[in-house]
Design a protein around this ligand. Structure first.
Ligand code: GLA
Length: 414
């Protein structure tokens, strides 16, 4: 049993000191079945499923610009226990939102509403399946538990979506594959929950592979797995714990700025996306973009895409130092040109870069809060967590959380 600060075996957030034998999956399966019974009682077959969260190593805000991303799935994620019903009812319960209790709905009510709260995510996926021509004959009871910190920017919502997509495929015998499940989940997020996200999160989760990051070209969904070999270093995630509010509207604003910049560029050069441009081509044609702000946004999208391609090459060549330098350049660009960081993330990265053994550090995910990802020499991790933690608390006033990340696999039936 690993030293999880928030042990998943407790299905809670408290420290765990239990000596566990057996794999985490067995412990979780047993626990999920037990908790399912406590909430729903009754008999009948209950099945348990898991889908990971994700962290992006480099390639930020490129996925809706036809560029490349380089995320990986985490061993942290979301679990679900499910049992079919004989009627049309849908019952949802999450151990993460205990106070909300069982939230009930039905097959005839697959519309977004505020009261449905977090269940708009699973309901959105059901709705999306129907849009794609799949059908549900009966309802089900579902119990969720996630050990990804909520709202941390490690894609707890995409994890719920892809998990639900797998549950539904398995329960109703849908013929679909993991890439299609990622697309259905993104469609649900875009059209049902009205967040205009790209494909990165859902793809990284659906296609996760242990020990590997996914080099994905978002213009055509071609992808390649790259082993993440960091020698004597590990990936450390620092969670800012900043409550996000305006994030989503700013996200949509950045998207719109990039789309406008693309239209301006298309008047002078034949491209489909910003991802089609090299740095040189961008410099040559950038004057077509008529506002300084939009020029900065487009510059980030173009340069970040090229950085991602270079970073994957550096990793393949075993040049971790170069990978780290590119991560730092990515963060600078996200801070200065894309302007999606903020004081919390900037404090974490600045503090990280002062510590010994830090190879690279950057904000990850949408930004405006959420997490940073750093590559830190294993021997320096304790010092890193202590020093960065202290500087963050002194500057921001509340604590950050740290996770030494393990790169896990994709969604599974347990
Ligand atoms: C969020 C979105 C992704 C991607 C990132 C930024 O996580 O869901 O599609 O755009 O932000 O890289």
């Amino acid at each position: 049993h690993r030293d999880y600060k928030r042990c998943i075996c407790t299905l809670g957030w408290q420290d765990c000191a239990k000596p566990h034998s057996g794999g985490m999956e067995d412990i979780m399966k047993e626990k999920m079945l037990e908790e399912f019974k406590k909430v729903y009682g009754g008999d009948g077959e209950v099945k348990v499923y898991f889908a990971p969260g994700r962290v992006n190593l480099i390639g930020e805000h490129t996925d809706y610009n036809g560029g490349h991303v380089f995320p990986c799935a985490l061993t942290m994620g979301t679990y679900a226990a499910v049992r079919r019903r004989d009627d049309n009812k849908l019952r949802f319960y999450s151990a993460n939102f205990e106070k909300l209790g069982v939230i009930e709905s039905s097959l005839d009510e697959l519309v977004w509403n505020k009261e449905a709260d977090w269940t708009n995510y699973p309901k959105g996926v059901m709705w999306a399946y129907i849009q794609k021509g799949f059908q549900f004959d009966k309802g089900f009871d579902m119990y969720y538990f996630g050990n990804i910190p909520n709202g941390s920017g490690l894609s707890s919502s995409a994890s719920i979506e892809v998990l639900t997509a797998l549950v539904l495929k398995d329960t109703f015998g849908f013929e679909t594959d993991f890439i299609e499940m990622a697309l259905i989940s993104q469609f649900a997020e875009n059209k049902f929950n009205k967040v205009n996200c790209g494909i990165m999160d859902q793809f990284a989760i659906a296609m996760g592979k242990e020990g590997h990051a996914i080099f994905l070209d978002t213009s055509n969904l071609s992808y390649e797995y790259a082993p993440v070999k960091l020698d004597n270093a590990k990936i450390v995630i620092a969670c800012s714990n900043k409550k996000r509010g305006l994030g989503d509207s700013k996200y949509n604003e950045r998207r719109a700025e990039c789309e406008e910049a693309l239209e301006e560029l298309q008047k002078v050069i034949d491209i489909k996306t910003l991802g089609d441009l090299t740095e040189e081509a961008f410099e040559r044609y950038k004057s077509a973009i008529k506002s300084e702000v939009r020029q900065k946004r487009a510059k980030h999208a173009v340069y970040e895409n090229q950085r991602t391609i270079k970073a994957v090459k550096a990793l393949k060549d075993g040049d971790i130092e170069e990978f780290g330098r590119l991560m730092i350049a990515s963060d600078t660009s996200l801070r200065e040109d894309y302007e999606v960081t903020g004081k919390e993330l900037d404090t974490l990265v600045a503090a990280a870069l002062k510590q010994p053994g830090v190879i690279g550090s950057r904000m990850t995910g949408a930004g405006f809060g959420g997490c940073t990802v750093s590559i830190v020499k294993t021997a320096d991790i304790d010092n890193f967590i202590e020093k960065v933690g202290k500087e963050y608390k002194d500057t921001i006033g509340y604590a950050a959380d740290f996770y030494v990340a393990d790169i896990g696999g994709g969604p599974v039936v347990l």
